[in-house]
Design a binder for this molecule. Structure first.
Ligand SMILES: Nc1ncnc2c1ncn2[C@@H]1O[C@H](COP(=O)(O)OP(=O)(O)OP(=O)(O)O)[C@@H](O)[C@H]1O
Length: 260
């Protein structure tokens, strides 16, 4: 299932925070949404989902709510659980939008296994560690079995092995024809696993869109993030690393008053 946005614009307190974003994401792709804090990544995804008012067009937001819920699953950034629901019924909540009841048990079991949280099934979600809860909430997202997945910082708070596992899983799902859009701050992971990066800059505008090597250029990193970065060769292929900003060239020495 693809996603199509045209001139999507969101204003907050009279300020434009997503500015005329047009984006087509084709079925079977894994797109990383990157950009500095406050660039508008969350707002763009919420507007695309129809969770907040926006100008412009989103083919997903245009659907009636019941069809939208069956097309797209959403992982919000906030990982808060208000009551001590055990893990298994929490993951099972992801099944509420799919009318296929026979798929409930296998979908929940498969999602919990994929996120390695099966052993936590009876634990109250309020007693989990931050990373365990994050994995449980990804399991709930997967249990929905939607063709489209939008995830807000899905790997935040996960240890390196689980970060790799989640990114590899999203890549695999895309390979199977699902469509995944995820905001990601870790540019190394984004460059390694996403076939396409959409870079948002200040003011909610898309400043670059394409394969990682084309988007993550030194000039753009400096301009948008204020850091350096480059692809380094490693035994497992080129790996992108961020680097401290290059030192600005030393100011010219003041003229020596003793000099004639
Ligand atoms: N409810 C709100 N009311 C007013 N301004 C808001 C609201 N939500 C977001 N904003 C503003 O919109 C801008 C974009 O926020 P958004 O959360 O989309 O950024 P982001 O790129 O996801 O950032 P981060 O990487 O920090 O999660 C920010 O300047 C933020 O302060």
């Amino acid at each position: 299932m693809s996603l199509s946005l045209r001139d999507l614009t969101v204003r907050r307190d009279g300020r434009v925070v997503v500015d005329r974003v047009s984006l087509n994401v084709s079925q079977g792709s894994f797109v990383g949404l990157i950009g500095p804090n406050g660039a508008g990544k969350t707002t763009l995804m919420r507007a695309a989902l129809g969770l907040i008012a926006a100008e412009g067009f989103s083919d997903l937001a245009a659907l009636p709510p019941s069809r939208r819920a069956r097309r797209a699953a959403w992982l919000p950034q906030a990982r808060e659980i208000a009551w001590p629901i055990p893990v298994e019924p929490l993951v099972r909540l992801g099944r509420r939008t799919d009318p296929d009841r026979r798929a409930d048990t296998p979908a929940v079991a498969e999602a919990m296994a994929a996120m390695e949280v099966t052993h936590l099934r009876d634990r109250p979600a309020t007693e989990l560690s931050g990373g365990e809860l994050a994995r449980v909430l990804i399991a709930r997202l997967l249990a929905q079995r939607t063709p489209l997945i939008l995830a807000d910082e899905p790997v935040a708070g996960l240890d390196p092995a689980h970060q790799f596992a989640v990114m590899a899983l999203f890549q695999r799902l895309a390979g199977q024809g699902r469509t995944v859009i995820a905001s990601i701050h870790d540019l190394t992971l984004a460059a390694r696993f996403c076939e396409r990066l959409v870079l948002m800059g200040a003011g909610g505008r898309i400043v670059a869109d394409g394969p990682p090597a084309q988007v993550l250029t030194p000039e753009r990193l400096q301009q948008v993030f204020g850091v350096g970065g480059s692809f380094l060769p490693t035994p497992s292929g080129p790996v992108f690393v961020t680097l401290p900003p290059p030192p600005s060239s030393p100011a010219p020495a003041p003229p020596d008053p003793a000099d004639p």
